[in-house]
Design a protein around this ligand. Sequence first.
Ligand SMILES: Nc1ncnc2c1ncn2[C@@H]1O[C@H](COP(=O)(O)OP(=O)(O)OP(=O)(O)O)[C@@H](O)[C@H]1O
Ligand SMILES: [Mg+2]
Length: 270
Amino acid sequence: MESTTPPASPATPPLVTLRNVSKRFANGTLALQGMSLDIGEHDFISFLGPSGCGKSTALRLIAGLTRLSSGEMHWSGANTGQTRSDRELGFVFQEPTLMPWAKVFDNVWLPLKLAGNSRDAAAPVVQQALEMVGLSRFADVYPRELSGGMKMRVSIARALVTHPRLLLMDEPFAALDEMTRIKLNNDLLAIWREHRFSVVFVTHSVYESVYLSNRIVVMAARPGRVIDEIRIDEPYPRGEEFRTSSRYNAHCTAVSQSLHGALHGIDIDH
Ligand SMILES: Nc1ncnc2c1ncn2[C@@H]1O[C@H](COP(=O)(O)OP(=O)(O)OP(=O)(O)O)[C@@H](O)[C@H]1O
Ligand SMILES: [Mg+2]
């Protein structure tokens, strides 16, 4: 089996840099405090932590959907603070958020349509994106005809149709059954390896984060903050052999212990 070492060579500049980034909402909640992070080219980073630790807030800050309160964020190639092109990132939410009245094709076409591409002009790229997620035969069906896992695949195709450099995913597989989730984990890794974008993936699952990531950012709540970063220095591709290995178990134990520290921190604070 072909094997590669984990990515993120320090020689290439990071895609996105966060320095001491904080977010306080208007109601006074400090959702994120002093987060510093370099998102490298072709990193697969998971944000792992208990509810309310600022995972979604951090993702939305990176996406430019929320303004940071203090600190700095920089996209490589951009001159100033938060400047970046919408096409440089794709966002996948926990709910597939598809338009129920539009066919699969039209749902995936949407970002290109918004960028001014006609249906005909976009067709080859939309088909490619559907092929990527294994849904090339489903372009003409409506979302209601699809299973939960297939809807999520459409959502991933829509996020990738612009060939973003960074894919942000907020608990994308949390609502899926275990078997579907494992399949989507494997397919996501295969797509990521082939197309070489970077991923920031939010999850509550230690097992999922270890399986997928080369880096895990462990976070704690009240205030939301980073308490640890753990590297999973294991080669890709990762499959059943890795999932059932003692090394995988050892990583899961280490990450669980770190996460326990995150939860323990809350107990001390309150
Ligand atoms: N728009 C908002 N206005 C005020 N407070 C908010 C807002 N959005 C989030 N918060 C608060 O900020 C903190 C972090 O929220 P966030 O949604 O980022 O956490 P999370 O780690 O994604 O949690 P979960 O795992 O439940 O999704 C929480 O205390 C939350 O209540
Ligand atoms: Mg969240």
